[in-house]
Write a protein that binds this ligand. Structure first.
Ligand code: FAD
Ligand code: GLY
Length: 380
């Protein structure tokens, strides 16, 4: 039996691929599936505009996953009967004052030097494409390839597709301990039973480090990175924007149901769930500077989520030094974008016993000193 800890976008999509391949797979989820980081996200699929210096290996992975997205969305919709709200209008990054324009130009030069397909446009052209943008917009970058998906619908659809493929989902079932012996995983301890498993996939998002049982060296170095967000309701049939729009320190994501998501703070606050006045004030102030028309819109939702951030901000994927223990965690700010490639490559690890080239640079081993890795292995 294959056991997956965590029913977020990662656990569900990996489970779906394994169930499709005819494997006996169980997802253990301590709450409701899809209610963790995957519920809190903005659903941007934006490898280009989010590309950061020194993250080039990650960019290769995010771009490959982006390339899988259109087919992935169509497949999960067909398999579940649920629309996932995949939208291709693209993304605009706008600059307001002269400093912003210089920063944007600097980013644009870096990103285009990597061969990314971006278009530099004037403020007037940006407002032609999005007439409600602030008059002060001085310049913008347009990325036709950075799309969006409704991550909450996606979780519903993945859950349904997984179940229809024959996967077992145990919600409200916390994993209390990972069991192992003789250098390989043996199963999981739950509240009232022990579950035998030859393969255990850790997909517990920002909680991945907190599951007891693993030797210190094999605990994935993942921490929660708090993000506050809010949603406004736009007039039905008259959205203020159609593209995803980024401004300085802010993004705005229009949804098909007329909601406008505004995000997100980035806070080292552990699992603090408070919505703060300062967080909301900054989001609204920065969003208003880009899109003044939000002023009269009703606030319909505020929420907090936790990005599963690893020590180098890249995901932790694939087999570990413990036989049968596989990681699928640490997706930080890109877990929705990375779902298709995570599902395909992690399922491949199980099905073929080989680690696909695309994820070899992202193994847990990169964080572990050789002595620590071998310290817990049984002596021959
Ligand atoms: P989760 O969705 O958190 O799933 C893990 C699950 O494991 C949870 O449901 C939890 O209940 C369960 N679990 C934990 N411990 C146990 C246990 N012991 N037993 C059983 N179950 C357990 N990504 C993008 O690609 N685009 C975006 O625009 C984007 N925006 C974001 C905005 C915000 C504010 C935040 C917070 C994140 C954003 N992200 C975005 C990142 C993305 O949400 C995550 O990278 C992704 O959802 C991680 O998915 P996951 O399945 O690993 O984790
Ligand atoms: N990727 C957007 C966020 O993490 O806020």
């Amino acid at each position: 039996m294959i056991a997956i800890i965590g029913g977020g976008v990662c656990g569900l999509s990996i489970g779906w691929r394994l169930a499709q391949a005819g494997r006996a797979v169980t997802v253990l989820e301590r709450g409701r599936a899809g209610a963790g980081a995957s519920w809190a996200a903005a659903g941007m699929l934006a490898p280009q505009v989010e590309a950061e210096p020194s993250e080039e290996p990650l960019l290769a992975l995010t771009q490959e996953s982006r390339g899988l997205w259109a087919d992935f969305a169509a497949e999960v919709e067909a398999a579940s009967g649920i629309s996932v709200g995949y939208r291709r209008e693209g993304t605009l990054v706008v600059a307001l004052d002269r400093d912003d324009v210089e920063n944007l130009r600097h980013r644009y030069d870096y990103q285009t030097s990597l061969g990314l397909d971006l278009e530099w446009i004037t403020g007037a052209e940006a407002r032609r494409r999005e007439p409600h943008l602030a008059r002060g917009v001085g310049a913008a970058v347009f990325s036709a390839l950075d799309h969006q998906v409704d991550n909450r619908l996606l979780c519903d659809a993945l859950r349904e597709a997984y179940l229809r493929a024959g996967g077992v989902l145990r919600e409200h079932t916390a994993v209390l301990e990972i069991l192992h012996g003789g250098g390989r995983v043996a199963g999981l301890r739950l509240a009232d039973e022990t579950l035998e498993a030859h393969t255990v996939i850790v997909a517990a998002g920002p909680w991945s480090r907190d599951i007891p049982g693993l030797p210190e060296a094999l605990m994935p170095p993942v921490r929660p990175l708090k993000g506050q967000m809010l949603a406004l309701q736009m007039a039905r049939g008259a959205p203020l924007i159609d593209h995803v729009v980024w401004g300085p320190d802010i993004y705005l994501v229009p949804r098909g149901d007329g909601r406008l998501l505004i995000g997100a703070t980035v806070e080292e606050m552990g699992f603090d769930e408070h919505i703060t006045a300062g967080g909301m004030m900054e989001l609204l102030r920065d969003a208003w500077a880009v899109l003044p028309g939000i002023y009269d819109l009703p606030v319909v939702e505020t929420w907090v989520g936790f990005r599963p951030a690893s020590r180098d901000d890249a995901p932790i994927l694939g087999p570990t030094a413990m036989a049968g223990l596989i990681m699928a965690t640490g997706h930080h700010r890109n877990g929705i974008l990375l779902a298709p490639i995570t599902a395909r490559c992690v399922a491949d690890c199980v099905l073929s016993g080989e680690t696909p080239a695309a994820i070899r640079a992202f193994s847990l081993d990169r964080f572990i000193r050789r002595e620590a890795r071998s310290a817990w292995l049984p002596r021959p």
